[in-house]
Design a protein around this ligand. Structure first.
Ligand code: AR6
Length: 178
């Protein structure tokens, strides 16, 4: 699907750590010190250098290197991707405005990609695992963010793990009507 910016939006099933793009996005937590899910997979595939680079990111408050909805960039170390854009989605049940925070996580990541000159970016389904975001709403927010702001990018790829997630994203793309 073509986005208003001219970039293409693609949906793939698979593992984000294997994507040959300029930047992959990590669904991290505010500490940026690693975790389970896609965060754990990215750290394992990148190697220990990634944790070292994350530790060097300045804390904005104790134990918070990246507040929810913001993004921070490191290099990709052993990954095929040159950059990792770490963002933090909302914990669905406890965040006061989860939809706003999730949209901000996508928009901050797109902005970070532009800032480092990345033209291809791959996203996982941010907040859709441990953080419990309902898939259909998360998919609509993700696809809408790409639609609204993919300036200067060539490709926005969503790498979906699991059939239900892939179906939710496919439906969201269809709803956009392109
Ligand atoms: N490639 C693509 N998607 C993946 C992969 C992978 N290799 N592995 C898992 N997913 P989650 P969250 C999917 O829980 O909900 C971490 O501990 C997964 O199936 O990784 O934002 C962090 O440190 C789901 O669809 O992220 C945080 O503490 C999606 O990625 C917390 O989890 C996101 O699931 C963040 O929770």
């Amino acid at each position: 699907m073509k986005l208003p910016s001219g970039a293409i939006l693609t949906l793939v099933r698979g593992d984000i750590t294997r994507q040959d793009v300029d930047a992959i996005v990590n669904a991290a937590n505010e500490t940026l010190l690693g975790g389970g899910g896609v965060d754990g997979a990215i750290h394992r595939a990148a190697g220990p250098g990634l944790l070292g680079a994350c530790k060097e990111i300045r804390e904005v408050r104790p134990d918070v290197r990246c507040p929810t909805g913001e993004a921070r960039v490191t290099t990709g170390f052993a990954l095929p991707a040159r950059f990792v854009i770490h963002t933090v989605g909302p914990i669905y049940r406890s965040h006061p405005q989860p939809a706003v925070a999730l949209r901000n996580a996508y928009l901050s990541s797109l902005q970070a990609a532009r800032q480092v000159g990345a033209s291809t970016i791959a996203f996982p389904a941010i907040s859709c695992g441990v953080y419990g975001y309902p898939l259909d709403e998360a998919a609509r927010i993700a696809v809408q963010a790409a639609w609204d702001d993919s300036d200067e990018l060539e490709e926005v790829r969503f790498v979906l793990f699991g059939e239900a997630t892939f179906q939710a994203w496919s439906a969201a793309v269809e709803q956009l009507g392109a």
